[in-house]
Design a protein. Sequence first.
Length: 298
Amino acid sequence: MTRDDLMFKEGLLKGQRILITGGGTGLGKVMAEGFQLLGAEVYICGRRGGVLEETAKELTGAHGGKVVPIACDIRVPEAISEMLDQVWSDGGALTGLVNNAAGNFISRTEDLTPRGFEAISNIVFRGSFFVTLDCGKRWIAEGKPGAVTSILTTWVWNGGPFTVPSAMSKAGLNIMTQSLAVEWGPKNIRFNAIAPGPFPTEGAWARLNPTSSTGESSAPGNPMGRVGHMPELANLAIYLFAPGSEYVNGQTIAIDGAAHQAGGGGFSRLREWTDEQWESARTAIQGANQRDRAKRTV
Ligand code: HXC
Ligand code: NAP
């Protein structure tokens, strides 16, 4: 991404300090780059230390500024606390948090085990809440303002067949957004969310579209006839942290070309898959999981 892909004025986010969970890859990475290009200090976390280091190096090499990688598994509350201690002692309170880290895979719900459900809900539902709670406690104790943006999906409105643990967890974060916007609004801590449609990333496509490549540029059934472009997502995320957007609170904003209004749940068509198609999807997904596990440092 370049500065020209962003619609905002120079230095818009100067003085801001924003943590993006799962900021080493995909949508998290493009938001990190957008915030950095507009002057924010950026912290990115994830489980794979090497991936985070590489991203931080790439982004600072390209644009200068400050992008700090911290290996942290957000399923572990103590690890979150240690990460936030490190962030706070590195220059003061965060001004913003993006709950972006997630796990997901397509599966028939009857094929799930409790561990399969927890593999997703422990990251998305519990992990995102733990990070939010720890940041919130710090902001409240110090009387500091804060802004939280959670990355959801449009399934929070019309369901996510074949991705039920993800849809349930994201719906929980949607209600967290609405609830805390009211509860912590008086403390000047704002909550909003973004519900993206399909933005081809390696992480998502390996698990949700395992038989096609991320190069796919059209989206059948999408009213705009295409998938999302990464800078479009970055621009929306920047807006929600920018001075001037403070009165926006408790909102979940879709960025999907109106796909969810047009098509209902994204994986409905998988009702037609055969046992063999499910078996080959599962094998492809587990291959991707295994490759990622090998790189984890925490
Ligand atoms: C059924 C499956 C499965 C599959 C795993 N499991 N894959 N069950 N179908 N395809 C089950 C396993 O059998 C096991 O249960 C349990 O899940 C844990 O599996 P592990 O492989 O040990 O999990 P782990 O290595 O911890 O991996 C976690 C993960 C993985 C969530 C499964 O995918 C991950 O770490 N992902 C992070 C990145 C990611 O997912 N990015 C995509 C986000 S995209 P048993 O009982 O058998 O032991 C996204 C987009 C949404 O959210 C919107 C798009 C439009
Ligand atoms: P991605 O690249 O796989 O991003 C997921 C990130 O979460 C990875 O960087 C991963 O890093 C991190 N993560 C997973 N478990 C973690 C844990 N326990 N602790 C810390 N970090 C963890 O996929 P993406 O497509 O960019 O997705 C980003 C967000 O957008 C997700 O919330 C997803 O649900 C949402 N979304 C994406 C799309 C899309 O089309 N791409 C559409 C709608 C919503 P590690 O593996 O190193 O931990």
